[in-house]
Design a binder for this molecule. Structure first.
Ligand SMILES: [Zn+2]
Length: 323
């Protein structure tokens, strides 16, 4: 890229990953290395207008600091949760940040004067894992984040599919148990109602006759299962089987080379991956079995993915200027 004369000296992008509680922010070089990182509270209870103000203030502050450090900010990338219209740059809906049809990209362009890309938190996390993390070097990647819910990103040759309505990748709402527990979306038996970290803790508490807020986490269920406790073993295996059903559906649809699992549940390591690989293997008929690996970028993935979107936006601008 340095042989391209239209690229300014020491270009960087500013990246923000906005979550319900905090924002992970960075100034990132074109090679994906962060030269500055910051974290700020979102304080979503203040309402969407105040959160938007903070996003723009933090982004502008990072661009100013980058300039003071001798870099040239060339673009901004912002990742937000919920439903995101990446083409129009609008945060359509978000439960935990309170956004309703916020034209975040236009607001950022007006404030910072930089090309800006808006992305969905899980899709950009998948983008980063596919291009820089555990899926690196394989063109077709399904990234699945398993935490309170389950969401996915399908990345093909460095681009995450957005969908016609900004809602691609909702693998957590694949129907896996028609008579299963009620999902947050209102239907029964969605994958995330059975196999999310929250669902595993709930199911264990229910069967153990403990109070649902008795604080048995999915990680503890995994630990008790490994220690040989039959109830924990049953709950864990139920979740693993449901996940394998969901991933098998994903593989039938997408035929990926690599499935990258992220989010809190993936930290269970072999306790998850060993039985899950076996259960997925059983479900494969003529489909090729994907490589199943843990995410490599941790909670930095969203911010790095926002940076990648920004870099892509900057490149588009370069190409347009050259014409
Ligand atoms: Zn659902």
């Amino acid at each position: 890229m340095n042989d391209d004369e239209s690229v300014p000296a020491d270009p960087v992008v500013v990246a923000l990953d906005v979550g319900g509680t905090g924002m992970k922010c960075a100034v990132v070089r074109p090679d994906g290395v962060a030269v500055r990182t910051e974290r700020h509270p979102t304080n979503a209870a203040r309402g969407p207008a105040a959160v938007i103000g903070t996003i723009l203030d933090v982004a502008e502050g990072l661009a100013d600091k980058a300039r003071a450090d001798g870099f040239t900010p060339v673009a901004l990338g912002i990742a937000v949760p919920g439903v995101v219209d990446e083409v129009r740059g609008v945060a359509v809906w978000s439960a935990n940040v309170g956004f309703r049809d916020v034209p975040l990209r236009d607001l950022a362009v007006a404030r910072l004067g930089l090309p800006t890309a808006l992305g969905h938190d899980v899709r950009v996390g998948g983008l980063a894992e596919a291009r820089l993390g555990a899926g690196r070097g394989t063109g077709h990647v399904l990234f699945v984040a398993i935490g309170t819910g389950i969401a996915a990103a399908h990345v093909v040759v460095g681009t995450a599919a957005v969908g016609a309505h900004g809602a691609a990748g909702e693998i957590g709402h694949i129907l896996v148990r028609p008579d299963g527990p009620r999902c947050g979306c209102g239907r029964r038996g969605c994958l995330e109602a059975v196999a999310s970290a929250a669902a595993i803790g709930r199911r264990y508490a229910e069967l153990a006759d403990e109070s649902p807020d008795g604080r048995v986490t999915a990680a503890e269920v995994a630990e008790r299962a490994a220690a040989g406790e039959p109830l924990a073993g049953r709950v864990w295996q139920e979740a693993v089987d449901a996940l394998a059903d969901g991933l098998a559906s994903g593989q039938a649809l997408f035929d990926v080379a690599t499935v990258v699992l992220g989010g809190g549940l993936a930290q269970a390591g072999d306790r998850l991956f060993v039985p899950l690989r076996a259960a997925l293997h059983e479900r494969m008929t003529f489909h090729r079995e994907p490589r199943l690996v843990a995410a490599a970028l941790g909670d930095e993935a969203g911010c790095l993915g926002a940076a990648l979107l920004a870099l892509d936006a900057a490149r588009v601008r370069d190409h347009q200027e050259k014409r």
